[in-house]
Design a binder for this molecule. Sequence first.
Ligand code: PFF
Length: 436
Amino acid sequence: MSENKRASFGGKLSVILVAAGSAIGLGALWRFPYIAGKHGGAAFLLVFLLSVLVVGIPAMLAEFAIGRKTRKNAVGAFREISKRWSWLGYSGVLCALFISGYYYLIAGWSLEYLVSSATGLLYNSSLPFTEQFNEFQGSYRPLIYGIIFILMTYFIVSRGVEKGIEKASNVMMPMLFVILVVMAVRVAFMPGAMDGYRFFLSCDFAEAFKPETIMMAIGQAFFSLSVGMGCMVTYASYFKKDNNMVSTSLNVSLLTLAVSVLAGLVIFPAVFSAGLEPTEGPSLVFVTLPEIFKGMPLPSLWSAIFFLLVILASLTSTISFHEVLTAYTAEEFKLSRKGGALVTTGISIALSAVTFFGLFGVDFFTLFDNVTANMLMPLGAMFTCVFVMWFMKKGFMREEITNNGECNNRVVGVLLFMLRFITPLLIFYIFIKNFL
Ligand code: PFF
């Protein structure tokens, strides 16, 4: 596609909502509260905040700069600047494939729960929620709902950048904030909510500053901000030339942090109020929360609202990694946009089926999750920083993020210093330390 014909996102707010839509998803609503609860509560929050500031934001800016400069898909973008670095784009595409292998399936669980809440089945059944969850997992429905989720994503992505992605994010993101705030206020009035706040916000610094925990926080920052895998390169290829990318990255990060904290403030008080254990991952949201809604007036309604929230947040994220693959296949293999989206959809369905049926007894959920968040994304981000600061022509990053000096301020100097030295070295250090 030529420079003039290439689509672009509209105004400043749209750009923020689209990028925040990618960032805010299962990572903030599902992954963050559980990891924070397990690794030091508020102290983890502090380490997460530092990770976002020191590694997340600079790396996001590096991706923005590459994407907007080249206006190409992840692979095309790196290749246009330097053929020797195109592998970084491929690493992003690989990462998007791995994420496609499990993310749709988990997102699909919320579809099942929305349907069973809205029809009343979830609350009228005589089976306990754990057994309902196990029964669901033992059926073919997770795969079916996963495929429906992929098709919903396809529907939006194939409509194009402005009519599909931008429009969807502009409607869904504000809805998500409203629902989340209503939920946070609602749980605050539940008996025993205080214990939840205490659990989530108690500080355990010894736990939070272990290298393993710092790696988790960095991994969470990358996963949650969708950085380290070419997603922001792809989205920034649709930014307008005058977008203030420093302010965009700060806004997106702030919104992601706010939603992560809000999610914790919804889930933990609710879990404690029902006298349940803040247990790991899937069960935290899908088994314990229905237990809580059951004790409230109009359980089906609250429950349906909550799962709708998870669906909206997940959908704006699935759109973004689908777009990484769609832009790549369409541009690199000279297909139409619809064609690229179709190929991506087919591959996503195949990968989800592999994860669902499990091959050779491998747990693909955990494997894909760990390999992406704790390996590919941090390394991808580290090399992207090294690339823009050490291999690009001097001044490239400064020119890009200040729009050739138009929006210069003091933060820029600090960000450039971090990008050159601190961010890559810190990722490298923690990565090595975690493996030794
Ligand atoms: N940031 C998304 C979330 O937190 O759920 C996940 C994600 C989306 C990761 C897009 C990577 C990506 F490219």
